[in-house]
Design a protein around this ligand. Structure first.
Ligand SMILES: C[S@@+](CC[C@H](N)C(=O)[O-])C[C@H]1O[C@@H](n2cnc3c(N)ncnc32)[C@H](O)[C@@H]1O
Length: 278
């Protein structure tokens, strides 16, 4: 082994992979936080720790995402368990969460539906920050539902109800004040699916037919049957899909349609309100 102390292990990792990735892997193996890592550079690794760390670095060199290697990812102000059954929560999804939190009253009951919940990133964050809300979270993947359930328990969420099923199919006539979704929206033939972290994430979470718009179009088309009067639908979408999403919202009878950009100024979340004049 080329290293025996924390400082040597970190320096080796930084030569092989991204510095933040090396730090997260080392913290994971040693079960320490960033402050301890900085404070004790001369602490010795056991041979088992050194071996585990070097194996994780090799897996990272081979492309496996750090979140899957350490089994967790920070999202908004929470730490979520993730496995290869769920999409790794992304920073742009926090834009959708912030918009949702602005729409949900702090001190009144509100019914919220999250379609395609995955790890539960959106649903759990909303449930945590709006304890008066009742949040229903749906996913087609039983394995994703199991991960979300684990996060619900770990974070002691008691206002979230998980449903296994296809989009609205299991919801009967239920109506909600707010529907949110980060559905699959990458075109099935998009070469990015074969590159970087996406290679390791579930295809069910990523790709959608009709040039990436099939799930979005399905959700927008059926949402009016499940929204109360003046209810909102908010969707995350691809970097080039805002225009088409807004057209689909308008065709489905939504008003107050607008989009919000990510930090790069690209529209990534669009939403609309059910006709307010009824
Ligand atoms: C892009 S991921 C979003 C995960 C999570 N909401 C997030 O933002 O990190 C899309 C999710 O939709 C789920 N999904 C795909 N097709 C579905 C369907 N027909 N019905 C319900 N969920 C579906 C996938 O299993 C996946 O968890």
């Amino acid at each position: 082994m080329q290293f025996s102390t924390i400082a040597q292990a970190f320096a080796w990792g930084c030569r092989e992979i991204d510095k933040i990735d090396a730090r997260l892997l080392l913290q994971h193996v040693l079960n320490i936080d960033h402050a301890v890592l900085l404070t004790y550079p001369d602490r010795l690794l056991t041979s088992q720790q050194a071996s585990e760390y070097s194996q994780l670095v090799v897996q990272r060199i081979n492309g496996r995402p750090v979140a899957y290697l350490i089994g967790k990812r920070e999202f908004y102000d929470l730490t979520l368990k993730v496995t290869e059954a769920v999409l790794i929560p992304r920073p742009e999804t926090e834009i959708l969460v912030e918009w949702a939190l602005r729409l949900i009253p702090v001190d009144q009951p509100c019914k919220v539906l999250d379609l395609g919940t995955g790890s539960g990133a959106i649903a759990i964050t909303i449930a945590k920050h709006r304890p008066q809300a009742r949040v229903v979270a749906v996913d087609l993947s039983a394995d994703a539902i199991a991960v979300c359930q684990q996060n619900v328990e770990n974070l002691q969420i008691n206002n979230l109800y998980l449903i296994s099923g296809n989009w609205f199919d299991e919801l009967s006539q239920a109506r909600f004040d707010l529907i949110v979704s980060n559905p699959p929206y990458v075109a099935e033939n998009d070469p990015h699916l074969q590159q970087g972290d996406l290679r390791f994430e579930p295809q069910l979470a990523l790709s959608s037919g009709n040039n990436g718009l099939a799930c979005i179009s399905h959700i927008i088309g059926l949402a009016p049957n499940h929204l109360v009067q003046s209810g909102w639908l908010l969707l995350e979408h691809g970097y080039d899909q805002a225009g088409e999403c807004k057209r689909l919202f308008a065709n489905a009878g939504f008003s107050n349609i607008c989009s919000y950009p990510d930090l790069a100024g690209i529209m990534r979340v669009s939403g609309g309100q059910m006709n307010t004049s009824m």
